[in-house]
Design a protein around this ligand. Structure first.
Ligand SMILES: Cc1ncc(COP(=O)(O)O)c(C=O)c1O
Length: 442
């Protein structure tokens, strides 16, 4: 909870009736009530969007309330930060203009000459920042594919300041044992950051497992409706709070009041969405794993997953999350055909929204990584990534099965298909009927 907020979410001397939340409450109660005070003057249950960029003062240097200028702080962003802190079981949270801005601010907080150890399998934009931006201000990053084994040998005395983990990884869904890495890191006074975007605070709370900072692309599950770009980080250290708040204001990569309000509204249903998405992903992963058209399924919730034991230890109630990937029979062409013949899964980048999405990482989200480096971590041309939404699970299952059939079986039955046209005569944008393009419809 932000230090300027009292336990019932009010600021300064303004009083509203005592109410939830407090740390004794469970996730769903916190999601709905944390950082959501009633409006003290109107009683409005839902907070107003505070668009004012500046706040009146009663005397020089004497603001009426807790705010002066919106980049430094504003009611909607602060309420959202209070809610994120509650859900990540942290003392503090800070919001940023994007997940990438959160990453940048954390890296900017390191002194020149610092060294960072990162898992190899990080989000492409994080990899780009580490290799092409952090170096410009004197921060070196070493990547390792098996951090639990390598971490001790990669530490440079007096130089290594931070370890960066993404678990599950994107798009191969490998897991990292946060506690194992944090134990070694803390013996050397090194901080551990976990990007928790893929699971959301509902399924995993990295601070409980020894991490020092948890980061999110709020754009994904926390907002959950594919209509806001935002980021956040949460932590317990007052020193970090001071340093990162300074950088949040000094760098100025902050979200608007409107986006903060929207993301806060999305967060209130996070537990419902994450639970349903996880349920759907489990159903789809199970379905795919029994299909003769599938070579491999990457999903932590399956007992066959190599890190299933870590998943049981780190994830709430054994949930696997809403993300999965699989290798399809028939190579890159089959992967592309699959994504172009689904009728509910939308072919698009991003993840974590209420709607299901599919993509081919090697040609889309991970196209910037050289083929050899990609394949080393399992990102083959035939890999398809799915973000399961909250539609009806049985409908999603039927969609996946029909797309597999069209992607793998139909080309064999029909012989060679014309280039630019799929097995059933569809293009990427829709079906071609009588020379006309008919939109893909559910
Ligand atoms: C795991 C992960 N971390 C960070 C980011 C960056 O977030 P944003 O797009 O909000 O800048 C993404 C974006 O896809 C992501 O998937």
């Amino acid at each position: 909870m932000s230090p300027s907020a009292t336990t019932n979410g009010t600021k300064g001397s303004i009083e509203t009736p005592p109410r939830a939340p407090s740390p004794v409450h469970n996730f769903g109660t916190l999601a709905v009530h944390a950082g959501s005070p009633h409006d003290p003057s109107t009683g409005a249950v839902i907070e107003a969007i505070s668009l004012s960029t500046t706040f009146a003062q009663t005397g020089v240097g004497k603001p009426i309330g807790a705010y002066e200028y919106t980049r430094s702080s504003n009611p909607n962003r602060e309420n959202f930060e209070t809610a994120v802190a509650a859900l990540e079981k942290a003392k503090y949270a800070l919001a940023f203009a994007s997940g990438s801005a959160s990453t940048a601010v954390i890296l900017q907080s390191l002194a020149a000459g610092s060294h960072v150890i990162s898992v190899s399998d990080v989000y492409g934009g994080t990899h780009r920042y580490f290799t092409q931006v952090a170096t410009a201000h004197g921060v070196q990053v070493t990547f390792t594919p098996s951090i639990e084994l390598d971490v001790a040998s990669q530490i440079r005395p007096n130089e290594t300041k931070l370890i960066w983990i993404e678990t599950p990884s994107n798009p191969t869904l490998k897991l990292v044992d946060i506690r194992a890495v944090a134990t070694v890191a803390h013996q050397h006074g090194i901080m551990v950051v976990v990007d928790n975007t893929f699971l959301s605070p509902y399924i995993q709370n990295p601070l409980d497992h020894g991490a020092d900072i948890v980061v999110h692309s709020v754009t994904k599950y926390i907002n959950g409706h594919s209509d806001v770009l935002m980021g956040a980080c949460a932590f317990n250290s007052p020193e970090l709070k001071q340093r990162l708040t300074f950088l949040q204001n000094a760098i100025g990569a902050v979200p608007s009041a409107f986006d903060s309000w929207l993301a806060h509204r999305g967060l209130k249903t996070l537990h419902l969405r994450a639970r349903e998405a996880s349920h759907n992903a489990h159903l789809i992963a199970t379905t795919l794993s029994t299909s003769p058209h599938v070579l491999l399924v990457n999903y932590p919730g399956l007992p066959s997953h190599p890190h299933h034991a870590i998943h049981l230890k780190q994830h709430r109630n054994g949930m696997g999350g809403g993300m999965l990937s699989f290798r399809i029979n028939g190579g890159k062409e089959a992967a592309e055909r699959f994504c172009q013949t689904t009728q509910i899964f939308v072919l698009a980048e991003s993840l974590g929204g209420v709607e299901s999405l599919c993509e081919v990482p090697s040609s889309m989200t991970h196209a910037g990584i050289p083929k050899e480096a990609r394949e080393k971590v399992g990102v083959w041309d035939d890999l398809v990534r799915l973000s399961c939404g909250v539609e009806d699970g049985e409908d999603l299952k039927r969609d996946v099965l029909q797309a597999l059939e069209r992607a793998v079986v139909w080309p064999k039955v029909n012989g060679m298909i014309k280039s630019g046209e799929h097995a059933n005569g569809e293009t990427a944008n829709g079906a071609v009927k009588d020379g006309k393009l008919v939109n893909r419809a559910v």
